[in-house]
Design a binder for this molecule. Structure first.
Ligand code: THU
Length: 162
């Protein structure tokens, strides 16, 4: 028996003012998207903005439902909108942020496992790393160079029968 350590890397910006202009602009789009969340059950508002290689930006916000599992996270709303509009254009970067109305979020929001899996699918499809920027309302901002860094040892189409 041996043990293998899986390591991951992320960069940390101390605040929004440290961000390069392109990431700052994408995060601003995600912040706007969060205000459009439909979240009457959790009251947690999440916004995502995806920049495609062709320069287009697609945003999404979480959309909840009285039948709880029927709702969808902001990241998947944005990813599916982008892929539906431009199925052949790679995703370059995604910014995600959230608003907690009861107590401002001081750490970056953390995408759920299903969203990581969905984002990984597009990263693998296009063979191009998808950068991920995660922010709260205040505090540090995490930057991952690839979705794979957020989801090591990922299940993917290569496991499926030929
Ligand atoms: N949510 C997202 O939209 N993205 C995340 O990264 C975390 C969670 C949503 C799902 C649900 O509408 C609410 O936040 C509470 O889980």
């Amino acid at each position: 028996m041996k043990t293998i350590k899986l390591e991951t890397t992320m960069h940390v910006y101390e605040s929004r003012s440290e961000l390069p202009a392109d990431l700052h602009a994408l995060l601003a789009e995600a912040e706007q998207a969060a205000t459009r969340a439909y979240s009457p059950y959790s009251h947690f508002q999440v916004g995502a903005a995806i920049l495609l290689n062709n320069g287009k930006v697609f945003t999404g916000s979480n959309q909840e439902n009285a039948v709880f599992p029927s709702g969808l996270c902001a990241e998947r709303v944005a990813a599916f909108a982008a892929s539906s509009a431009y199925p052949e254009v790679p995703f370059s970067k995604i910014a995600v942020t959230a608003i907690n109305p009861s107590e401002p979020l001081k750490e970056p929001v953390s995408p759920c496992g299903s969203c990581r899996q969905v984002l990984f699918e597009y990263e693998r499809k296009f063979g191009q790393p998808l950068e991920v920027l995660l922010a709260g309302q205040d505090g540090p901002i995490y930057h991952f160079q690839s979705v794979a860094h957020l989801l090591p040892y990922t299940f993917h189409a290569g496991f499926l029968p030929k």
